[in-house]
Design a protein around this ligand. Structure first.
Ligand code: ADP
Ligand code: MG
Length: 275
């Protein structure tokens, strides 16, 4: 069954973009084999070619794609409130295989998972993010709170689900679904401020899941003394801006201390001399 919806791009423009992908190789790919996402980047748009779009959050079947339509509405609503979400501009699905068109996020991934072995890349990103103004960090936290409170799931495990641009600041991509609470499947309603306290350290350089990919302890020994000092000092600037942003958004010092005492949060915090 073919299902197509157009929200902020017309059918002709959407079809032109989709047709153009057929002669292109994908610039990026997703990291879940089930949906096998291939991402084609255009100047203003990203076209995501996917399988199993008829599953919400990879687990719940929804052949009608109502979840995606609902998500598109929520993301457009968040965007109209000034939240830096990348919305769904359109989708087309043929029995679950098809395309999602989004505006292209501006700037670059916080940390591109394919470049984490390249020390000059990491040093450059850490410098860039350390120079980001406090207001950008404040908005990152404020936007996280609004997205979570709107019931949308954010994949905080991937630092490439967040972009940074010098003027626009932090943006959120890979917003795939509303959470289970929104569908009455659990009593647990994620709280915006609580979630932000746990996850808004992401602009810092560290591995979110070192059991899968410990690039930090691989990279550190490769650095010269000077590079090591540069990394540690700039990363600490980012860390302190994250903490300030949380406090500017009303997260208490007690909660931040509790989060930082949790081994799962910034697992390499001692190695990186953050605490
Ligand atoms: N709207 C977009 N703008 C710019 N780059 C994007 C966009 N959507 C995806 N990408 C790129 O493709 C990668 C994979 O897309 P993503 O939606 O995160 O897939 P997955 O859900 O498999 O992680 C992203 O990390 C990013 O590098
Ligand atoms: Mg992703």
């Amino acid at each position: 069954m073919l299902i197509e919806k157009y929200f902020s791009i017309d059918r002709k423009n959407a079809q032109d973009l989709i047709n153009a992908t057929k002669d292109m190789t994908n610039g990026k790919s997703g990291d879940n084999g089930f949906q096998n996402t291939k991402v084609f980047l255009f100047k203003e748009y990203a076209v995501l070619k996917m399988q199993n779009m008829n599953f919400r959050n990879v687990t719940v079947n929804d052949n009608s794609l109502k979840h995606l339509e609902r998500l598109a509405g929520t993301l457009l609503d968040l965007q109209s409130q000034g939240v830096n979400t990348v919305p769904v501009s359109a989708f087309q699905s043929n029995d679950g295989s098809g395309y999602i068109i989004q505006p292209r996020a501006k700037g670059t991934e916080l940390y591109d998972r394919h470049k984490l072995n390249d020390k000059s890349y990491v040093l450059k990103q850490v410098e860039l993010l350390s120079l980001a103004p406090q207001e950008h960090f404040d908005k990152f936290v404020a936007d996280t709170v609004k997205i979570i409170n709107a019931g949308v799931s954010v994949d905080f495990m991937g630092k490439d689900n967040f972009f940074y641009h010098k003027v626009i600041g932090f943006q959120f991509i890979d917003l795939n679904a509303h959470n289970d609470y929104e569908y009455g499947l659990t009593d647990f309603k994620p709280d915006g401020l609580q979630t932000a306290a746990y996850y808004c350290f992401l602009p810092c350089y560290f591995d979110t899941a070192p059991q899968h990919r410990d690039t930090v302890s691989e990279l550190l020994p490769e650095l010269t003394g000077e590079e090591y000092t540069f990394l540690i000092e700039h990363n600490r600037i980012i860390f302190n801006k994250c903490i300030a942003a949380m406090m500017n958004n009303g997260i208490t010092k007690e909660l931040i201390d509790e989060v930082l005492s949790n081994d799962r949060i910034i697992p390499q915090k001692k190695l990186l001399e953050l605490v």
